[in-house]
Design a protein around this ligand. Structure first.
Ligand code: CP
Ligand code: NVA
Length: 321
């Protein structure tokens, strides 16, 4: 745990807080969660029980599909001695027009924490404003913080450090994954270089805030349309789907616009020899990444998927414990 700072949980620093974006958190909070996730993973692998949240209930609203987020939160709550309730927006009154405000107020009367996967980020902000229990972002159009917390944990496990490494993100940089990676990297002193075509650049406000955070820890954020330039000597290579949930109608155009931004063997030759490849999944082999990379020796995507469970348990424990 060499560069994970010492952070005592004496005052339960995240208790009753929301987990909406990594940009709103402190570096200490993020590093604390990674450190605790490592501990929780160790305990679970040793087969010991972890009744940290006995009788606690997490409500989970999904307005978009999910495999990993749903299952890892549900299993995580169970392993911590609590319970999770899956609520598809199609089946609850939210889908018939009940307001976000009323939904948050009502569910807060039943459960100890809420997770929501939704569209515009403003929806989760509104939801959190009216919820009286902690709210966790399970993905919005612009952020995916629980995924990136798991990504940082995975990188730490494989590289033994976070600060000073170079991460390269290739592809659609105006999406939830790229934004949370930018915010997360900046908070842990990791350098991030982004390669994307014109029109797919990250949100300017997120970039500017992250650049200021990165500066404090001495790391840099670079953006260019040339993937070879950006991937040079990268320790970590990341991509995501060209078409995110909710953008299906733009699918054909995105495939054309982003075709030069595929992570493949000829591009990865410019990364460091021991680079690791991350993808939050689900992946489209042959589009944003070739099978030779995602199924190859550099890929750690299934460790990354597993780490959703461990990282989120640390979040649940900190917020609801
Ligand atoms: N990576 C991720 O969030 O996966 P799901 O969409 O399956 O939850
Ligand atoms: N950017 C992707 C991530 C899926 C986990 C999407 O929003 O569909």
């Amino acid at each position: 745990m060499s560069n994970l700072i010492k952070f005592e949980n004496k005052n339960k620093p995240l208790r009753n807080k929301d987990f909406l974006t990594l940009g709103e958190m402190t570096s200490e909070e993020i590093l604390f969660l990674i450190k605790d996730a490592i501990e929780l993973k160790k305990i679970q692998k040793a087969g010991s029980s972890q009744p940290i949240l006995p009788g606690k209930v997490l409500g989970m609203i999904f307005e978009k599909s999910s495999t990993r987020t749903r299952v890892s939160f549900e299993v995580g709550m169970l392993q911590l001695g609590g319970h999770a309730i899956f609520l598809s927006s199609k089946d609850i009154q939210l889908g018939r027009g009940e307001t976000i405000e009323d939904t948050a107020k009502v569910l807060s009367r039943y459960v100890d924490g809420l997770m929501i996967r939704t569209f515009e980020h403003e929806i989760i902000e509104e939801f959190a404003k009216h919820s009286t229990v902690p709210v966790i972002n399970g993905l919005t159009d612009t952020h995916h913080p629980t995924q990136v917390l798991a990504d940082l944990l995975t990188i730490y496990e494989h590289k033994g450090k976070l600060a000073g490494l170079k991460m390269c993100y290739v592809g659609d940089a105006n999406n939830n994954m790229c934004h949370s990676l930018i915010e997360g990297a900046a908070k842990v002193g990791m350098n991030i270089s982004i390669a994307c075509p014109k029109g797919y650049e990250p949100n300017e406000k997120i970039m500017n805030k992250a650049k200021a955070d990165a500066k404090k820890l001495g790391s840099v954020i670079e953006l260019d349309s040339d993937p070879i330039k950006m991937i040079k000597d990268a320790d970590i290579v990341v991509t995501d789907v060209f078409t995110s949930m909710g953008q299906e109608q733009e699918g054909k155009k995105r495939l054309i616009d982003l075709q030069e931004y595929q992570v493949n063997e000829s591009l990865c030759r410019y990364a460091k020899e021991d680079f690791i490849f991350l993808h939050c999944l689900p992946a489209h082999r042959g589009e944003e990444v070739t099978s030779s990379i995602i199924d190859g020796t550099h890929s750690v995507v299934f460790d990354e998927a597993e780490n959703r469970l461990h990282a989120q348990k640390a979040v649940l424990k900190a917020l609801m414990g």
